[in-house]
Write a new protein. Structure first.
Length: 215
């Protein structure tokens, strides 16, 4: 295998993994902290592990497994959109069930949080599967590794340099969105604490007032 083929393979590998992470990261971060009861630290650890495992092989395994599954069920780029959507939903659920459990447990989630996380990931997979699939196909097109006929014609006809700039913008948007999810969770956690502190201070003021009162 020559150097050019190796570099091409690495590029395809990175593009597929990034395309997958773009769609999944903010969606699953929100599910973990707002539905499964995980802390921001645990969810962040899980998302970082998914990213690490993705670039170490899981991302390409997901993308290539999806391509292989589509070939088995004879679903290509020209297939009706509903068929591609159903396929990606079922495929994503199966993938989540297999990989979510060890990732959550190794990220510090307890058993209850892990069960909720896997259940949430499986349910969410029905919705996020088509999003993940579309994201991979879109990012392949924008990065120039594989054209996608699923995109609207005006987007398909955009110049390659512009597409690469859009791809970079999508990466930045994913980071900002995920950070926003965690910031929102932290802000909702702080509100009850502030209320409790205010309540305690008010209680102390009342006690002080009654104790010092001259009846």
């Amino acid at each position: 295998m020559n150097a050019k083929k190796v570099l091409t393979g690495i590029k395809h590998y990175a593009v597929d993994t990034t395309g997958l992470l773009l769609a999944s990261t903010p969606i699953y971060a929100a599910m973990e902290v707002f539905t499964s009861g995980m802390s921001v630290a645990t969810s962040l650890e899980a998302r970082l592990k998914v990213a690490q495992l993705g670039y170490l092989g899981m991302g390409i395994a997901y993308a290539k497994g999806r391509d292989f599954s589509k070939k088995i069920f004879k679903i290509d780029e020209q297939a009706p959109e509903w068929k591609q959507t159903v396929h990606d939903s079922v495929y994503n659920v199966a993938f989540n069930i297999v990989f979510a459990t060890p990732i959550y447990l190794s990220s510090g989630a307890d058993l209850e949080q892990t069960i909720k996380g896997v259940a949430g990931a499986s349910t969410l997979g029905l919705v996020s599967g088509p999003i993940n699939g579309y994201s991979i196909d879109t990012f392949r097109d924008f990065a120039g590794t594989k054209k996608s006929t699923r995109l609207p014609k005006p987007i398909q006809n955009i110049g390659s340099k512009t597409k690469k700039l859009i791809a970079a913008g999508l990466i930045a948007a994913t980071i900002v969105t995920t950070a926003g999810v965690y910031k929102l969770k932290e802000s909702t956690n702080k509100e009850p604490v502030k209320i409790e502190i205010q309540h305690n201070n008010l209680e102390k003021q009342i006690q002080s007032t009654y104790s010092n009162a001259d009846f």
